[in-house]
Each structure stands twice: as C-alpha cells, then as structure tokens.
Design a protein around this ligand. Sequence first.
Ligand code: PNS
Length: 156
Amino acid sequence: MTTAVFPGSFDPFTKGHAAVVRQALEIFDRVVIGIGENLAKNYLLPLEARRSLIAGLYAGEPRVDVEIYGGMTGDFALSKGARAIIRGVRNTTDFEYERTMESANRRLYPSIVTVMLFTPSDVADIASSTVREILAFGRDVDEFMPEGVDIRKYLR
Ligand code: PNS
C-alpha cells in the first residue's frame, strides 16, 4: 500500500486543496492530510476547527485520514510510513517556495519524495489567505469552500 502525506496549514481547507486530494488518490492508496505548523503564519482557525472541517469532508472516504502534527513534516511522513509528500502548486510564485521546501526535505529525509500536483485551473485562483481576507470583511466565502462547508461553524 502506498501512502502519501499532504501537509499544510489548511487555514482554511479550500476547493483547491480538495482538488489536490482527489488527484493524490489517483496515484496513492492512502492520503494522510497533516495539519502542520508554518512558523511564518498567524492562523485564523484554531487547529481543532481546521481538523474537524477536513475530517467532516472525508468521513465517507476510508483512504483519507486527517491528523494534526507538531514538528517537521518529514518526521510526520516517516511516522505514517509514507513514501511521498504531496504539495499543490498553482503558479510560479508557489513553485519557488515549493522548490526550496522540497530541497530541504530531500536533504533531511532522502527516502521521502515530494510530489507536486497542479491545482486545476478552475480553482487555481483560490488561496486560503484570500479566504481569510474576505472573511475579515464579513463577506461570504462559500464559493471558495468545498461543497457544503459552512465556515461560520468553525470560526472562533
Ligand atoms: O500551507 P502551508 O502554510 O504552505 O504549509 C506549510 C507547512 C506546514 C507544510 C510547512 O511550513 C512545514 O512543513 N512545516 C513544518 C516544518 C518543516 O518540516 N519544514 C520543511 C522543511 S524546512
């Protein structure tokens, strides 16, 4: 069984992330969505809210697990028996950041391969940071969220 971890902040998990999970399930038997810590970010949603939003979406999908982890993503991947770290890429700005992170992970965890998946063009404009900004102005973000997710349930 091939396992991949899909790490991220997921603040919040969007339609774009869901599209990456769908593609990852085409090539891996199991995908563990890992909610990790990006030291450069201030988060809007509490960790547990981010976890429960994603867990609700995949409640009927036995091939997807959702976990919160602390520490390095490579250690999390090894602890899950994963061969790969999945990352979604939308554009060249993402690419530069992902390239650097891939290199660091490859140096530190040579047995783990980073697999970049392109976010489909119909959702490639969606960023969690944009969703947070729109929310800050009190506007509705339903069209950025996976079908049926009401973000208001998860806000502090
Ligand atoms: O959604 P994000 O904010 O791009 O996710 C980034 C995340 C959490 C995957 C990244 O910051 C991360 O891996 N943090 C844990 C520390 C680590 O392993 N860094 C990568 C090697 S420098």
